[in-house]
Write a protein that binds this ligand. Structure first.
Ligand SMILES: [Ca+2]
Ligand SMILES: [Ca+2]
Length: 179
């Protein structure tokens, strides 16, 4: 399958953000940094929800290392990472758990809804641009109380990684980026 250019842009953005220490490779340390940052973004979230998100970051990293580290140096280069969009089913389980765990962090009351403030806090912690985060939230169709369904967000995260998709809400996150 040839990924859409939008899918390639989305995945390149993920690489640049998940390279939390900016050394050009994905490593365990990046996921530890990212995990600490994102779980701190919603202090009201229950410990079990934070622990689930921490575990999902760990599972995500384990999957990347197992599936993508072609040269076995314990880190993922940008070239190795491009396989994410070429063979997405290998990552479905990790992405699915990450999507559910992140959306749950945005719903500290457990009512199935995510308020704009929590959504922005979590997405800023991951490293997305604030303007694009706001546009994405609007694209998810917030209700009169300015909340979206947690399930809508989780679906949006899964779509973000789909190589065949273009014109999805998640494409707002790559707006204004070059390359
Ligand atoms: Ca790194
Ligand atoms: Ca490698």
């Amino acid at each position: 399958m040839t990924p859409t250019s939008e899918a390639t842009d989305r995945v390149q953005l993920v690489f640049s953000l998940f390279d939390a220490d900016g050394n050009g490779y994905l490593e365990q340390a990046d996921f530890d940094l990212m995990s600490d940052r994102v779980t701190a973004a919603v202090p009201a979230a229950r410990d079990a929800v934070k622990e689930r998100l921490t575990a999902s970051f760990g599972g995500y990293w384990d999957t990347l290392r197992t599936e993508l580290d072609a040269n076995g140096d314990g880190r993922i280069s940008p070239e190795e990472f491009t396989s994410v969009v070429l063979d997405p089913q290998r990552f479905d389980t990790a992405v699915d758990e990450f999507a559910e765990a992140l959306a749950a962090m945005g719903d500290p009351e457990g009512d199935g809804l995510v308020a704009r403030s929590e959504f922005i806090a979590l997405m800023l912690a991951i490293g997305f641009e604030r303007r694009n985060i706001e546009t994405l939230f609007d694209a998810f169709g917030p209700d009169d109380g300015d909340r979206i369904r947690a399930a809508t967000w989780a679906d949006g995260i899964r779509d973000y990684y789909r190589p065949e998709k273009s014109g999805i809400p998640g494409d707002h996150l790559t707006a204004g980026l070059s390359g």
